[in-house]
Design a protein around this ligand. Sequence first.
Ligand code: 3PY
Length: 253
Amino acid sequence: PRNGFKRALLNGDRQVGLFLGTASPYIADMVAGAGFDWLLIDGEHGPNDLHTILVQLQVLAAYPVRPVVRVLDHDPARIKQLLDVGAQSLMAPMVENAQQAQALVRAMRYPPQGMRGVGTAMARAAHWNAVGDYFTEVERELCLLVQIESVTGLKALEEIAAVPGVDGVFIGPSDLAASMGHLGNPGHPDVKAAVADAIARVTAAGKAAGVFSADPAVAAAYGELGARFLLVGVDTLLLRQAAAALAARFTNG
Ligand code: 3PY
């Protein structure tokens, strides 16, 4: 099927999204209709495994919202399994040079362009086959977002963005803050300036820029600067904040 997330990025349409950090299909179901354009199933920091990711993808398939899976690491074997269960859009953390980006592209492609193995236990691919030829469609519809979130990565931004098969570059403010000596303070003015500069450079390179901020004003400002795919919140934080606010009404004073 067509990858609506990738099309939106190519069209220059803004995509506003939420982190799914709980590994829960119930939470995925609850927020799927909330009005976000995309949801990031967090396989890097969330307590996910292949099965929890698969179940969330199955739940989200019933909704127009577009799922993206953040991978644990760059392991081609894990990437192969995620693609085989039907993930169309992947986001890879901690990319610091063009070689790493190229390896991610190769992990997502069949030979001769890449090194993805050809499996037959492809439940979701079978679904793709129902509407077209999987091996042709997969080349067109798979989407790769790479994360730049270190000072080293920022230095190599242009070479990373230029890699064919990289559809978007996501700047990770929390890790970038840590890398810049401001651990825990992604709102530090130096970090915000570095993020703004990176958004401009990714956009100038002709690729879609993405970024996260749980502060809506900061997220909106990054959007004004040209970030095309935004993460504006995290399910875990929303639940924690709402629960704490409700409890406080009855326990404080
Ligand atoms: C970061 O901010 O470092 C991210 O990867 C997004 O949470």
